[in-house]
Design a protein around this ligand. Sequence first.
Ligand code: ZN
Length: 521
Amino acid sequence: MNIPPRAAPFSFSEGALDPAALQRAMRDDTCGGFACFEGWVRNHNEGHAVTRLEYEAFVELAEKEGARIVAEAVKRFGVTRAACVHRLGSLAIGDVAVWVGVSAAHRDEAFRACRFIIDEVKHRVPIWKKEHYVNGDSGWVNCERCALPGEHQHDHSHDHDHDHAHSLAEPAPDYSRQMALREVGPGGQARLRAASVLVIGAGGLGVPVLQYLAGAGVGRLGIVDGDRLEPSNLHRQTWYALADCGREKALLAAARVRALNPEVSVEPHVTRLDAGNVDGLLGDFDLVLDCSDNFSTKFLLNDAALRTHKPVLFASVYQYEGQLQLVAGDDSTACLRCVWPEATRDGLVGNCAEAGVLGPVPGVFGSLQALEALKHLLGLPGLGANEMLIFDLVTLSAQRLRARRAPGCAAHGGRSGAAASPPATLEVEFASLADALAQGYTLVDVRDSRERDAMPVPAPSLHLPMSKLLTEASSLDLDGRYLLVCATGKRSAAAADLLRSQGLRACQSLRGGLKNLKAPA
Ligand SMILES: [Zn+2]
């Protein structure tokens, strides 16, 4: 017998559906079973008498997602043919709103594929409807609502289908609270679902980032972390349990993502980012989030961003302060090395283990990072390339600074500006600060206020804590002869290095720090 032409796997129809014709098109002589689902417009919903409905869709996105669902069903259940047609426009009571047909060798896979298609279409395809009520009112209805667990499961099922089964099954993710935002809506939700984000680090920053991105329904999440959970992590990585200690964080985080939102495809990598794996891991992700706590990883990611032209959103936390910077990965906007030309060495500025941190501090910056990532994926305004956000959580003051594309940036293919002869050595030793003052140095204390109070500098000095170096370096005189001091000389050396790269070429650091002074003053 003749096999009728195949219909598109997923399509929309402005006009009434003809189920008999749709069914004829599914005939296949190799098949012994055909299953069909029809959703109908019914005359009431949530206690309201409904007179008619209107359907709207982001057609282009919806057709792509719908076709993907039908293809998934064919592959997963091994059926021969499957198709779905959805109505658009104005529908009357009794009209067929959606039609799904599946032909297969046997009935079991036909039933299961049919059920899969209608459930997935309802959850994933950006279609929404407006109900018109007898009293003349109307309202947009969020189809996802029936998936909310425990809430009136039986009295607000879809008016256009008589199948309550999926509200009785496992609860499904529900994005209604974010989709209610005009900036998100069904179109934005489809964008998030189509997006992929790679998260480097599943610690203090990575935990809130992964929680919010998974909750928001970002379709694909990669997680890179080579560490195992330790009890000292838990005060800031509150997603994990004490009993999880000793296990790989990438795997723990992936399990949490799956438990939070099974619609998210998650790829854990139990490894530390290095020069050999970075390009491969960045792969085809749309956006990369740096949630690491060390400079070598950050600069590795920065350079990979420039090579692959992939945007990376960096977050860094130091004690009570942190900053965000988006590196767009192109030639015209600033990168990390444009701002920090001398790659700050690990251990000099200190990570959480050495410097100490209150749990909510990385929580705040991870949340900000998740927010900026969602805005980036949704195309909303936010932190741009050539900008940095610096937020001090002690004073609660935030600053949005310009990050300049440095003409000599080495990562951008330029020569570093250090070609001219360097002035004095970076470090210099004195028996007492009086000797330094006598030689014309101005003392600059780079410790924080608490350390400064606990152990004052025994001579007149300026106060420029590490956390303010970038923002307040402009208060120093470019030609000034500064001697930077801290407790042991490690941080002051890093600070002097940094200030030299900012043009303060005569900066030096007190070797050995205040603890090494032989005379008090
Ligand atoms: Zn650069």
